[in-house]
Design a protein around this ligand. Sequence first.
Ligand SMILES: *Cc1c(COP(=O)(O)O)cnc(C)c1O
Length: 486
Amino acid sequence: MKLIFEKSKPGRRGSSLPKPSVPVVDRIPAHLRRNQPAELPELSEQEVIRHFINLSRKNMGVDTNFYPLGSCTMKYNPKFHERLAALPGFAELHPLLPQLRHGGQLTQGALAVVYEAQSILAELLGFAECTMQPLAGAHGELTGAMLIAAYHRSRGDAKRKIMLIPDAAHGTNPASAAVAGFRCEVVRSDADGNVDLEDLRAKLNDEVAGLMLTCPNTLGLFDPNVKTICELVHAAGALAYCDGANFNAIIGRLRPGDLGFDVMHVNLHKTFATPHGGGGPGSGPVGVAEKLVPFLPVSRVAKRADGTYSLEYTFPESIGYIAPFYGNFGVILKAYAYMLTLGREGFRRVSAHAVLNANYVRARLAGAYRQKYDRPCMHECVFSASGQAEKGVHALDIAKGLIDRGFHPPTMYFPLIVPEALMIEPTETESKETLDAFVDAMLELAELAETHPEKLHQAPVTTPVGRLDETAAARKPRLSEPVAEK
Ligand SMILES: *Cc1c(COP(=O)(O)O)cnc(C)c1O
């Protein structure tokens, strides 16, 4: 496939405007103007359209293929919610429109959406209040870590500088805690994939500010000791943070606030209907227990006694601004529409199907791939290709083989505590036929690993580009075409 620059023909145009009949006034100062025209490709409109349409058709996405990318719920999201978010009354709102005075009716609808969404979310999570401001899961973690810091600071408890993080955690947890000024210490997992309570007890002391626990965890397991863990953390004077990226496993059934957590983020773009990938947009609202409410970021959306909505700023203990304006409004709006579409019973079906689908895949693949923790899973199941690796076939080879069979690979080599990990999250939106086709492909690959391991080292062979040097692509990226000498 040629680059668009290689297709360029000098003088070719996508559109041509008539010569102006009035004098041209260029207000850009001479020293800021280009000396030479920008070296843009020159093509007709049709050539541009074909170029990009053909490029898009080489893409794998949730609209074209099954996408079992664990942890990041790459589920199918109804297009209806995209259409609602595109309604001009929402999409074209300017963030600086007045809230109430001088025609504030223009923003009342948007404020109502944020307020209602945060209220429903607080109920689902079991917390006193939510902020919808954070722009991603990791940003929610940072906000939560800052709230924990503000809480200890407000009590004059200055020596709590440590954040405890289990070894199964997503990499964003230690990164967020570090950005918030904490020193991270690792808590080990035990032989069943739960938090090792002895290790936790040993690491809790009066310098610990909090524990960040993913629930259910990144192994797709529900830690039966969650309540005890929160109690131990509280007894040491620290706070319990819940990473809620896997919330679709328990939504409508269990409220993390009821388990004893003090603060939690969810990823609207994972659990609440925004396709993600390609870097955004996301939204990572944070729910908090009563004791953290005073520290929530500004602005906060409030409902007045007369039924109108306002943005409120005067909270002296607030951690301040963490996002411009009010978060990723389009994502919040889609999540709100999704909440209303599903309702209480709908959410219970989401978690039921997410868990059922993952356990179905787990049961069907159990004979072919090893499991480090052999127990029923939540919304995702983690296998190890360590058996295949003995034949020279690694998790990477299995993943590439899946691409040839029309499937996006699952997450590989994560969580770090499972060697040759393949983390499969089917999501609640896939049919049995799709899951069976995927499982059949996985079984065929396991068979190939036994009989013809060398065949898997070439995969993928059906894609426009085959196997790449991924290290070089990350470490020595070539980001532009060499410019031809004139
Ligand atoms: C995705 C994920 C995050 C980070 O969320 P982003 O929205 O990608 O920043 C954190 N923890 C877990 C367990 C996740 O799956």
